[in-house]
Structures are given as C-alpha cells and as structure tokens.
Ligand binder design. Sequence first.
Ligand code: PA5
Length: 425
Amino acid sequence: MGFQLHFSKSCPKDESELNDQLFNETFNALKSTCESQEHGFFRLSENDQFIKRSTEIYNKHKNIKTFIHIGIGGSALGPKMLLDALQKNKRQFIFMDNIDSDTHWASLEGVNPADTLIYIVSKSGGTAETLANMALILHWLEKHGINKEEYKNHFIFATDPVKSELLDYAKETGIECLEVPSNVGGRYCVLSPVGILPALFADINVNELLKGAELVKKFILNSDKETNNFLRLALSIFEHYKKGYSQTVFMPYSSKLKSLSSWFIQLWAESLGKKENLNGKIKHVGLTPVAAVGATDQHSSLQLFQDGPKDKFLIMMEVENFEHDYSLENNLSIPTLKKLSPFTLNQLMKAEFMGTLKAFEDENIPFVHFALQNIDETTMGALILYLESLTVAVAHLLEINPFNQPGVEAAKRHAQEWMSAHCEN
Ligand code: PA5
C-alpha cells in the first residue's frame, strides 16, 4: 500500500491486548459508514466519471500558464497538499484560500488573465470568503478587458450538483461545472474533481492517485484482528485519549509533506472536535491536532513533545526514499562537518528520525511510525484514504459525527449577521 506502520511500545500489541468487543463494534460501524449511500468519501476512487470530466476540461485549457484556485477549508487544503507533494511541472498555481488583500495583490501581479484558468470550488456554493475572492477576480478580469460574455472561457466551478448558487449561475452562463458529490463533505473531497482537476494541470498521474486509494481499502476493511494495523492505530489513539492524551502531533519528515499536515489538521480538528455526541449529550470531545515538520521542528516544538505534558500521541512519518540525495563528503577541518563526511543528506534525515523515535521510546511517549516507501501518487492516494478512514474510525470510538461542522456554521452565520448590521445601503 506504499507505507508500513510500526508502533511504539505503549500501543496495544496484538490480539490479546486489543479489546475484542471494541474492535468488532468499530470495524462494523466503519464498514457500514464506508458502504452507506449517505457517505461517499470511501468510494470516490471508484467513479471513472470524475477523471473523464476533469480530463475533458484539462484538454480544452491545457495551454494556460496560471491556474487560480479559489476555495477555503476542504475546498483548498486537499488540492494544495497534492500539488506540494507531487507537482511535476512549472505551471503557476495561485491558491486564494484567504481573504488577505495584500497577499492577493502580490500573487496577481504580472499574471496575464488571458493565459489563466480560474477554478472556483465551493460545495455549498455560498461561502462568503470564496465568493468575495471571486468578486475581486471579476474586477481583475474587467480591468484587463475581459467581460461577462467571456467568463465561460476563464472559469470552471466545482460545487454540489443538486443545490448551489454557483450551480445556478453556471447553468445561466454556460460556465462548466464539476461535481462535489452531495454525500461527500469538504474535508473528505480531495479525491473528487476538487483535487483531480488541479492535479491534472500539475501533471500528477490521477489514475495512480485513485489506484492508491483503491489498493489501501483492503487494509482498512480487514476483519482479521491480528493483522489489522489500521484499527490497532485507531484504538491506540482512543485508548490514549481516555488516559488524557488529547493531542495528536502530525510530523512528517519531509518539507513536501508540510501541506499534508495542514490538510490533516483540518480533517482531524473539524471532524473530531464536537460539543454533542451521537445521542445529543453535551460532551465537548476532540483531539487537538498539532502540526510539525521534521527535521526542522526538532529545533522548535520537539522539546515540548519530549519533556512537556504527557498528553500527546504522535504520528511520525518517514520517507524511506527521496528522489534526490547529496553527499556530505568534505575535507574541511571543522569537527562536526568531518563527522558528517561519510554520510549523505538522506542518511542524516534517517538518523534524526530514528534518534527522535528512540528518545520518545525512552520517555514512554506514544507514537506510530508511518514508513512511506516514497512520495508518489499511489502512496499519496493510499495515505489520503487511510487518514480519512482513521478519522471516521476514531469518531466512531468517540461516538460523534465526523461529517458535520456545526461550530463552523455558527461562525459563518454570525459573520453574515455582522455584515447585515453594518450594511450602509
Ligand atoms: O470540511 C468542510 O466541510 C469545510 O471546511 C468546508 O470545506 C469549508 O467550510 C468550505 O465550504 P464550501 O466548500 O461549501 O465553500
């Protein structure tokens, strides 16, 4: 499946240590969620139409130089993560996932709208930040002499295929619209056209990406308790949570996987941070995700992970094979440099990673070690579905709904109210 898991000593080990009843209940609940029509995230990779429709659009626009991606939360983090990990070409991508005028100003400078495709992604079709960014892009196009009649040559939308203001506008104007399936929430939609279209423009092999997701399914829905590392991980995180380990550190040892951390933070935080449980009881549960990147953050947050409160479970991610490497061989008389001389940069990365795990073991800090063979499409596809399913499995254990975000909705509503109260017209 492109990666292997190794557990720290404090995680439940085998059949004898895993609670039978909890294993079976979680397995059955997860299986029924994955198979239900209500939730489509587990089956996105089975839908050929997503690649087909996205490829048609790609073929029409493949000569563009710049791809502007407008969306926020689940409508942006997944595609950005794919590109940062896998982009193969030099095409310019601009992600407008915040409403920061100064950043937009700098990003749009020198961009020629004639060579640009603008992808507006909003499942609901009504997110204020996304539509505000669309509004400023409309002014930018107008400034460059591109008017309404030409919008269909510059815009592609991705939105809910049943109910969305963007969908209505697309129908009116002939702008092409890709689907964010109604039964897949924003943070679970990267393997839909939301991620597939930008991936095509980045020369990412989307067939391999979805193949990776398909291949990992048998490891997730594996009913054999002895070999099911997936549920062993979910149960380890849950058992530690009950003992006060309420934070989950996500630490890949790769700069290319930094955005995977940002994507995971949203998935974990928005899915697991809930006020009510499934029976409507006020519980205030959640695991707080913390992003870090190795080896850089060994000189930053690692001190806290190592010696601070015993409340963290760490997901440590190693890349076994980088694409490139550098020799550290040298003949300078600087003692530390001399010691490095027999090694390569990748070997030093390995030493830093293994050294950190050893230090965690010595302090009995719980962790799981993901050993990724390399960073490629199949591994990324597998990892995405694995982490999404892990989130859902942990939600089952916590007895909460991982697919809603009532807190976010409340903030959106209050922002709208604020605007109505401050509207001068
Ligand atoms: O995961 C989610 O559902 C959210 O983070 C959404 O992706 C985010 O709020 C943006 O919503 P929309 O895609 O409807 O614009």
